[in-house]
Design a protein around this ligand. Sequence first.
Ligand code: ADP
Length: 369
Amino acid sequence: MKIGILGGGQLGRMFIQNALNYDDEFHVLDPNSDCSCAYISHFSQGNFNNYEDVLAFGQDKDVISIEIEHVNVDALFELEKQGKKVIPNAEIIKTIQQKILQKEFYKKHNIPSPDFEIFDGTSDEIKIKFPFVQKLNTGGYDGKGVQIIKNAEDLKNLWTEDSVLENLVDIDKELSIIIAKNENGETKTFPVTEMVADEKLNLLDFNICPADISSEVQSQIDAIAEKFIKAANSAGLFAIELFLDKNGKVWVNETAPRLHNSGHQTQEGNANSQFEQFYRTLKNLPLADTDAFGFSGMLNLVGEQNYSGKVKYEGLEEVLKLPKTYVHLYGKTETKPGRKMGHINVLANSREELLEKLNYIKTLVRVIS
Ligand code: ADP
């Protein structure tokens, strides 16, 4: 089967790495001829935000999917009209691309997400109470396009663009659940993962799986995942990012209609990885079992501040000496501050041991130039 993926970054790369266990052709569309997938796929150079490029790319593929959601969705609608298989479907990608549509979708389907109002960039009648969070309707990524407005004084910093203003949640934990659905309607989730952010970079830093949550919180999350997958009305793999607040209530932050950083530890931590599961959704195969082997975690390798240029991984040999520790690099030659260059997965017998290992590894490695 000819599988076409829009985007040639690390998510596509790890998907292909896993899917080479099977007999398919993997095609990738990306503007960068040196991207993470360039040398391991049938590579087409082109812009996944351009209508013509996406339409042309999709013509001879049996299924078209994404590893980034910021793609030309009009071309995906047209491919669907032509009878092509697009997973996830164009409608849910469009909804997720725009924060306003995404928030309205949660509201319509009774999926708990922080209360919000729509801001058109000019209105001076803001009703939401301080403090609140402004999120740009489009163009936000990895924490950019999100800012906290604490008080009237901060209003001068408001971005004058279409955006969502939402209640600031008093966060206890940030969690994620990955759920997959095939065209037969079968669904399966991965164990809930805790995401720990790097304060400075506003980027995911550690994952810890399974999350340390009560069965009551687990039930709230199961209900959210079930409602979401029903409402999305699409095959595919989705990562639902969640906040657990200090009163024990779970809120949806946002959803990614694709493979996700919060699922990287599934590569060695679970009976099957998110990459395997995604493959199964594209081919409408029976979904894979997702059982965890024990405690697993992940540490992102991100470009250190003040270093740009040809990448060097300091301390990696020390990491390779450690048991049940797995290095994954993304094939990027140039590092930049905050750029995701790779990750390290770790297995452990307890949460304490896992945290100790992750913190130790963090002291060992640096991504520099
Ligand atoms: P991105 O898509 O850029 O990752 P997010 O919407 O996930 O943006 O926001 C980035 C971070 O900002 C979140 O991980 C969380 O820490 C914080 N944040 C976002 N929305 C809220 C909110 N309503 N209340 C409190 N913190 C928030």
